[in-house]
Design a protein around this ligand. Structure first.
Ligand SMILES: C[S@@+](CC[C@H](N)C(=O)[O-])C[C@H]1O[C@@H](n2cnc3c(N)ncnc32)[C@H](O)[C@@H]1O
Length: 206
């Protein structure tokens, strides 16, 4: 039952009312750092995948075309309310990150914050991000990762049984995932809790 898309939909619908209280202030600087690495240009078409309640919205440029998706209808509704309060035009859709309903090469930037460690199959999510990005499009990632140099040890893998059921996987490795999906990492820096949370900017190979 745990770590499935159906479970994620259920639990994020349940978490939606308290999500901002837990995540807004805690991740503010990390998300600002991640979005600050993107090379923004006016008019870019941008997709937030697993956008949650829209905590990225205040830190995004205004002169872009903004789309947002999330698996959880309750999270997406809150995002729509935030967009309205911020007077932002956002096309919000309930959608699985593993099966994006957009054409190939449609976006200039895809943002994946705190979702690669949550979804059951991050490789599929990255394959979809790669597909919908234009050549040389940018992927902006912020999440918690195991160090690239070594796989998670036994203790961490044991703890992961608990964390992945209630919140997040703590054993995934950023660089192998991004490399295998066909991205070239341009920036990679720790942004929170030592090196646990990292902000990465990667480019789709042309
Ligand atoms: C930890 S929250 C992060 C939300 C937001 N990106 C942020 O930075 O605050 C993870 C989000 O991913 C969504 N999610 C989980 N699995 C998903 C999937 N397969 N497709 C789309 N969204 C998913 C959840 O509903 C939740 O809103």
């Amino acid at each position: 039952m745990f770590n499935t898309t159906a479970w994620n939909r259920l639990r994020y619908d349940a978490y939606a009312p308290i999500y901002d209280a837990v995540a807004e202030r805690a991740f503010r600087r990390a998300r600002q750092a991640a979005l600050g690495q993107v090379h923004w240009r006016p008019g870019m078409r941008v997709l937030l995948v697993g956008a949650g309640t829209g905590l990225d919205l205040p830190w995004l440029p205004r002169d872009i075309e903004l789309h947002a998706t999330d698996l959880s209808p309750a999270m997406a509704r809150r995002l729509e309310r935030r967009a309205e309060a911020l007077h932002r035009d956002v096309q919000a859709e309930v959608m699985d990150a593993e099966a994006l309903d957009y054409p190939e090469g449609h976006f200039d930037v895809v943002v994946m914050h705190l979702i690669l460690a949550v979804m059951p199959d991050p490789a599929r999510g990255l394959a979809e991000a790669h597909r919908v990005l234009a050549d040389n499009g940018q992927l902006c990632v912020m999440d918690k990762f195991q160090a690239d140099a070594r796989p998670a040890g036994l203790g961490r893998r044991a703890l992961n049984l608990v964390t992945s059921a209630i919140a997040t996987d703590i054993t995934r490795q950023a660089r192998p995932l991004l490399d295998d999906a066909g991205f070239a990492v341009e920036a990679d820096r720790p942004v929170m809790m030592g090196t646990l949370f990292r902000a990465l900017l990667a480019q789709k190979h042309g």
